[in-house]
Design a protein around this ligand. Structure first.
Ligand SMILES: Nc1ncnc2c1ncn2[C@@H]1O[C@H](COP(=O)(O)OP(=O)(O)OP(=O)(O)O)[C@@H](O)[C@H]1O
Ligand SMILES: [Mg+2]
Length: 509
């Protein structure tokens, strides 16, 4: 590579959306072989910047240089040709096509104008092996989990001969083992002289893999510099524009001291939800979980351990070969989502863009959608009441939108997630199944969400919390059920919920 100036320079970038200045004269300089973090609260402008750098948006003002040369991108292809590869927050893969095809999308090897399938599969096999995954590249991408698909997106961008790889929250959906693969992939890319722009909300991760950081706040660049010597508190203050209220980590609800026996002793009172012997061939084997009113129970496990499947099974969204779910002692015999919702069981699914947000509906409608039947008295809904609910959740979850009437599609990724969370909370369910509720949510709101979960438990809700964030599990849960290969391996309670215990159980030690 010629020259040793910065590989990428963005200067004075401006981008407006109707009424919102998403980027206000933002500049970013990335050195060769550098891993550069971009951080900021939900809606700060990170994904918008990524989209400008990758040719999806044209900036209203500002300039871009790659290896010192001035460039303008009319399309994502232009950016790719200039050596910028991107993994977007909402991965742009095609689930119905094979893994191989997805990996080489747009760069498929051809012979006589046709895709050379054997060669394509060979190349794909090689890419997959290099990131340490053992999967069949001929199978459709859809047959693999969200985490695997995310790793695919990473592998795809790194495999393209890009000099800069931009990753917008690539760790989303990855468990501990896959995270390691991601870090290895990044380390290799860097050894090969590539630069990486890394957008993430996980500060520990950033401290581990990045050298420099740029902080965005309300569309402005408020800081850029080396990560060494920058304390976590200072970084968070820069993001929030204030000192964080209380350090990270939620509080335990009082009076839930479980004795520290080897296998967690469950409280004596009857559970509100009883799932017994949930079984589905190759997916779940005899999984039983009880939830009591006021309890937050964690569900831990690696990717593929069956966490999301367990939640879906309880919510009636996954057909079972056998098993039983009762709510307040009543058997949910008709196993369907509607039956579960009627019984007061709500599920916040993991894959929120495809399983939740209705893009062209307003923020307001997205929030009240599910609560509407409950709020309707004789077919009449009081608008004032709806407004109050929408207002409460928008404030409490700090949903950044121009107004409740803004289409949900226009919100940043993290804010869309908050809208979905608000939808389920507005329903006042008796049992709430949360699949990675704080993933992609900024640190300022994360503690707020965790505190909200605590409050809801105190008000009598039973919560099942799936989270790959061990700190969150430890800080929020009264009990933890650990799954491996679709079966329960252990329950932990009280003082036994420690990072060491969880790690060794997850890993199968
Ligand atoms: N297509 C759009 N139309 C209108 N406004 C938009 C659009 N895309 C983004 N915005 C607004 O621009 C601002 C920045 O959004 P952006 O997606 O860049 O945030 P982000 O930093 O990536 O947040 P997150 O951490 O939630 O992913 C937000 O206020 C968002 O609502
Ligand atoms: Mg984003």
């Amino acid at each position: 590579m010629a020259g040793d100036g910065p590989i990428l320079e963005a200067a004075g970038i401006v981008r407006d959306f109707a009424g919102v200045r998403a980027l206000d004269h933002v500049s970013l300089t990335v050195g060769r072989g550098e891993v550069h973090a971009v951080v900021g609260q939900n809606g700060a402008g990170k994904s918008t910047l990524v989209k400008v750098l990758s040719g999806i948006y044209r900036p209203a003002a500002g300039t871009l240089r790659v290896a010192g040369r001035r460039v303008t991108f009319a399309s994502p292809r232009d950016a790719e040709r200039a050596g910028i590869g991107t993994i977007h927050q909402q991965a742009n893969l095609i689930p119905q096509m094979s893994v191989a095809r997805n990996l080489l999308l747009g760069r498929e090897p051809r012979r006589h104008g046709l895709i050379h399938v054997a060669r394509m599969n060979e190349l794909a096999d090689d890419i997959v092996r290099r990131i340490g995954l053992r999967i069949d590249v001929r199978r459709p991408l859809a047959s693999y989990s969200a985490g695997t698909r995310q790793l695919m997106a990473v592998a795809r961008a790194v495999a393209a001969s890009s000099s800069v790889v931009i990753m917008d929250e690539p760790a989303t959906g990855l468990d501990v083992a896959d995270l390691d693969r991601l870090y290895t992939t990044i380390a290799r890319a860097r050894e090969a002289g590539r630069s990486i722009i890394y957008v993430s909300h996980r500060l520990a991760e950033i401290e581990r893999i990045c050298e420099r950081v740029s902080v965005l706040r309300d569309g402005r660049l408020v800081h850029t510099g080396p990560l060494a010597n920058l304390s976590r508190l200072r970084l968070v203050s820069l993001m929030l524009g204030r000192r964080p209220a209380g350090a990270a980590g939620a509080t335990h609800p009082p009076g839930m001291d479980t004795p520290s026996t080897g296998t967690a002793a469950e409280p004596a009172d009857p559970p509100i939800l009883q799932a017994t012997g949930l079984t589905r061939r190759h997916v779940l084997t005899d999984v039983s979980i009880n939830l009591r009113s006021g309890e937050v129970v964690g569900l831990s496990g690696l990717l593929g351990a069956g966490r999301s499947e367990t939640a879906k099974a309880i919510a009636g969204a996954l057909p079972l070969d056998s098993g039983q779910v009762t709510v307040s002692g009543k058997d949910l015999r008709r196993r369907s989502v509607i039956a579960a919702v009627r019984a007061g069981v709500g599920l916040l699914p993991q894959d929120r863009t495809t399983e939740g947000i209705i893009a062209n509906l307003s923020v307001r409608d997205n929030i009240v959608l599910a609560a509407l039947p409950r709020l309707t008295r004789a077919g009449i809904v009081s608008n004032a009441r709806l407004d109050r609910i929408v207002d409460t959740f928008m404030t409490r979850l700090r949903i950044k939108a121009t107004s409740p009437d803004q289409p949900a599609a226009q919100l940043s990724g993290g804010n869309q997630q908050k809208v979905l969370l608000a939808r389920w909370l507005a329903m006042h369910p008796r049992v709430l199944l949360l699949d990675e509720p704080t993933r992609g949510i900024d640190i300022g709101t994360k503690t707020e969400v965790q505190a909200l979960i605590d409050d809801l438990a105190v008000e009598g809700l039973a919560v099942l919390l799936i989270s790959s964030d061990l700190e969150e599990i430890i800080g929020t849960c009264d009990r933890v059920v650990v799954l491996r290969d679709g079966a329960v391996v252990r329950q932990l309670g009280g003082d036994d919920i420690t990072e060491n215990n969880l790690m060794s159980l997850l890993a199968g030690g």
